[in-house]
Each structure stands twice: as structure tokens, then as C-alpha cells.
Design a binder for this molecule. Structure first.
Ligand SMILES: NC(=O)c1ccc[n+]([C@@H]2O[C@H](COP(=O)([O-])OP(=O)(O)OC[C@H]3O[C@@H](n4cnc5c(N)ncnc54)[C@H](O)[C@@H]3O)[C@@H](O)[C@H]2O)c1
Length: 418
């Protein structure tokens, strides 16, 4: 009998910056095929279209008419929800980069849209899928360290001024405005995946630098700390974002021991996983402490070829499997919206000196309904009366030298807008 060959899942990607790395995530090997690209930056779009030999669109509505099964959202960080809702309404599955919603109202609308469409929705969080975090998830599920009581997640990624200006073309580009709590999913998602817990309450404190610089035309702060109360009572500490001193690190304490990634330069290694128990609470036959480099649980060859420590392979793999199985993935809309809302609520908290804010249970219509009109947001495209600032120092005006330095870099890469 002839072997049944499954048709590839046809994918369209919006945003050819980060969106380009979708193609390096071993898409053909997980049974996905890139068929269309969308971007308003015509020059970059043309170049990417040629590189991948696929259809290109500058208009999102026209792009959605392309014959395809799913859409990957790699457009601006704070604009994912409306694009996801449109794609779902057009009958496409959706995988969204880094943030699901930029306001609580968007979070409510997105959950409703996924429920109504019956399509698969996934947050493309790649950090839970490094070798080290997958090993910590396996260990946690084995029960060796018991129930989580406290955990720490850090994604602090400083970038040199020229590169960050290149990545942030335009005075109103999201990277020049994003409050330091909003990019929290790289730090929080691995902990939620390892321990299968959900945030219920947040406190945030932002870290401001004392002076504006001549290098970056930014309105935001470089870092923050978020404390999350989780639904099992545990406390998580989340740290980021671009303070000097790179750190990508996770630690989990349980009722019967602890585990962490040994401190190192990031997901590139040479970190190891360290597991330890107190001498009075060490299971029979288990070492009091061990430190080792874990193996991939499976598909090592594919993961090793993909970006972000293998995470870029696993997100595609999870998305494809969910579509084929007709079920929602672990990083579903409720977990994604909860994580993105932690960033928003932590910013409300930071502006109120760390006051606690409850995270609604977005799975419940009754719990989420009170937030359906909460459009609170510091991004310029969301301007409204009472708009909050993007820095705890209040509204900032970048120095003229910083604007001039950035404009020089933007012009070199063909960006001549505001
Ligand atoms: N998971 C990761 O490791 C990782 C790494 C980098 C970026 N990201 C995420 O990916 C997303 C994109 O990041 P980026 O660095 O590529 O950002 P970016 O701002 O450089 O790129 C966004 C692209 O979307 C295009 N775009 C914006 N609005 C559009 C519209 N209406 N129609 C068509 N195209 C439009 C822009 O022209 C631009 O090319 C963000 O959410 C970011 O947080 C994730």
C-alpha cells in the first residue's frame, strides 16, 4: 500500500525582520511550507520574497486572501492582537511572536476570537524550548523537586547602541517606547511551562537610568523586576530587559529541592543544569547535588540547526503538531494573554510604586468581561486622554544628539520616515 503523504501546512508570515528566522526553523522538516510574505517595507519585502521564492504582499487584507492555512505574526510587538483577530476571522491558524496583546481589552477580544474561530492559536515563545529549560520541565514533571514554591527567570539582553538603533527605525518604533516590563515573556514563559502554573497577581518596579544618553532616542527605562503570585501560591521573580550585563537564566525551588541553569553567557552554553537536595530531604539513590549538560529530549539534529538555542525549531514543531492534531498547544491563547498581561499590569504597578494588580483569569468570560474596554497603553499609536508614560520618570524627550545619531543609522538602512 502506498504511504500516505501529509500535505504541508501552508504558512504566510507578516514582518520580514524576525519573520525571516521562521524559515530557518526547519519548516520543511516539521511539514510546513512558507507560501507568502507580507511587509509594508517594500525593499526588504522584495529581497525576502526573492530569497524564499514566495508571493509577496504589502497589504495585509490582500495577503490574507492568499491560499494558505496559517499565519505567523512577526509585525510590530504591540500590534499583534488586531492582526491575529483578522487572520482568525479569515479562517487561518495563528502563531504570534513574543506578545499576544498590548492592552487588556485586546486580550479579552483575542480570547473571544480564538474561541469563536475554533482555529489553533499559539504564542511563539521559544525560550521554554532550550535544552536546559526542556530538561527542567522533564525533571519537574518527574516530581523530584516537589511542588514549586519560588522561581526566578531572567531575560536581560543589552545590545550596543548602533545595533539597537538599526533595530528600531523611527521615533515611534516600538523598541523606543516599550515599557521595561512588557517584554517579560522570555523570562516568564519557561517558568510557566516548567511548572504548569498561571500568574494571579503582580507587583512591578522599574529601574531607570539617571540620565538620557546621546546615543539612543528612547522614552523608556532599561529594566524592571516583576513579582508574580502564581495560582498554586508560589512566587516568581522576573527580571529584564537591557541593563548592562547579559543574563538569560532560570531557577526553580520546590518543596523537595531546587534546580537551575548554571550561570553563563546565555543559551549558547556552556551552561549545565544543577539539581540539589537538602541532606535531610534527599530521595534514596539520588545524589545530593548533580550538575550536567542535558541532552535534547528528541530531534537533536533539527533543534541544533535552528536559532535561539533550538527554540525556533520547537515553536514551529509545536504549532504544526497542534494544527495536525486539531487541538490547542500548551502555549495557547490563555497562557499567552496571561503572560502579556503580566507585562501590562506590572507597568501599572511600577507607575504606582509597586502596588499589587490582579491578573484576570482570561479563560472565564465573567472574569475577563470587566476588562473588555481597558485600552490603557503608553504606545504612541494608542494615544488617548490619560495615556501613561513609557518611563517611570514620566514623559521623556530624547536629546537632539541621540535623534541625530539614530537618524544617521536609519538613513543608511533605507529608512527615511519620522
Ligand atoms: N522570539 C524571539 O526570540 C524574537 C526575536 C526578535 C523579535 N521577536 C519578536 O518578533 C516581532 C517582530 O520583531 P522585529 O525585531 O522583526 O521587529 P521590527 O519592528 O523590526 O519588524 C516588524 C516588521 O513588520 C513590518 N510591519 C509592521 N506593520 C506592518 C503592517 N501593517 N503590514 C505589513 N508589515 C508590517 C515592518 O515593516 C517590519 O519589517 C516582535 O514581536 C518581537 O518582539 C522575537
Amino acid at each position: 500500500m502506498a504511504k500516505r503523504v501529509q500535505a504541508p501546512i501552508r504558512i504566510g508570515v507578516i514582518g520580514v525582520g524576525r519573520g525571516s528566522s521562521f524559515a530557518s526553523g526547519a519548516t520543511d522538516l516539521v511539514g510546513m511550507k512558507l507560501v507568502a510574505l507580507c511587509d509594508t517595507w517594500e525593499e526588504k519585502l522584495r529581497e525576502a520574497g526573492k530569497r524564499y521564492g514566495v508571493a509577496t504582499y504589502t497589504d495585509y487584507d490582500r495577503f490574507l486572501e492568499h491560499d494558505m492555512d496559517a499565519v505567523v505574526l512577526a509585525n510590530y510587538f504591540h500590534e499583534h492582537a488586531p492582526f491575529a483577530i483578522k487572520a482568525l476571522a479569515a479562517g487561518k491558524h495563528v502563531m504570534s511572536e513574543t506578545s499576544c496583546n498590548a492592552t487588556l481589552a485586546e486580550g479579552v477580544a483575542l480570547c473571544r476570537a480564538v474561541e469563536k474561530s475554533g482555529k489553533v492559536y499559539m504564542l511563539a515563545e521559544n525560550y521554554p524550548f532550550t535544552r536546559f529549560n526542556l530538561e527542567m520541565r522533564r525533571l519537574y514533571r518527574s516530581g523530584e523537586i516537589g511542588r514549586v514554591t519560588y522561581a526566578e527567570g531572567e531575560y536581560n539582553h543589552p545590545i550596543d547602541p548602533d545595533t539597537i538603533n538599526m533595530l528600531s527605525p523611527g521615533m515611534n518604533h516600538w523598541r523606543n517606547w516599550i515599557p521595561s516590563t512588557y517584554y517579560c515573556t522570555h523570562a516568564l514563559a519557561p517558568l510557566m511551562c516548567i511548572t504548569d502554573t498561571m500568574p494571579t497577581l503582580v507587583n512591578g518596579l522599574a529601574i531607570a537610568v539617571p540620565e538620557l544618553t546621546d546615543a539612543l532616542p528612547r522614552r523608556n527605562d532599561p529594566g524592571s523586576v516583576i513579582l508574580c503570585r502564581m495560582d498554586n501560591g508560589a512566587v516568581f521573580r522576573i527580571f529584564g530587559l537591557w541593563l548592562t550585563g547579559h543574563s538569560n537564566w532560570y531557577r526553580v525551588h520546590g518543596t523537595h529541592g531546587g534546580m537551575e541553569i548554571t550561570r553563563g553567557p546565555g543559551y549558547f552554553g556552556p551552561e549545565q543544569v544543577r539539581v540539589w537536595h537538602d541532606h535531610w530531604d534527599c530521595p534514596a539513590g539520588v545524589a545530593k547535588e548533580r550538575t550536567y549538560v542535558p541532552d535534547w529530549p528528541e530531534h537533536a539534529d533539527l533543534a541544533n540547526r535552528a536559532g535561539h538555542g533550538g527554540g525556533d525549531f520547537w515553536t514551529n514543531f509545536e504549532f504544526a503538531n497542534a494544527i495536525r492534531a486539531g487541538r490547542q498547544p500548551f502555549l495557547d491563547v490563555y497562557r499567552g494573554v496571561a503572560m502579556s498581561s503580566v507585562g501590562i499590569l506590572a507597568w501599572k504597578s511600577a507607575l504606582a510604586d509597586g502596588a499589587p494588580f490582579a491578573v484576570p483569569d482570561f479563560r472565564s468570560e465573567k472574569a475577563r468581561k470587566p476588562f473588555e474596554n481597558d485600552h490603557w497603553s503608553p504606545f504612541p499609536s494608542h494615544a488617548a486622554p490619560g495615556q501613561p508614560p513609557a518611563s517611570i520618570r514620566g514623559p521623556l524627550t530624547p536629546r537632539r544628539a541621540a535623534v541625530a545619531a539614530a537618524r544617521k543609522i536609519w538613513a543608511k538602512q533605507g529608512y527615511h520616515g519620522e
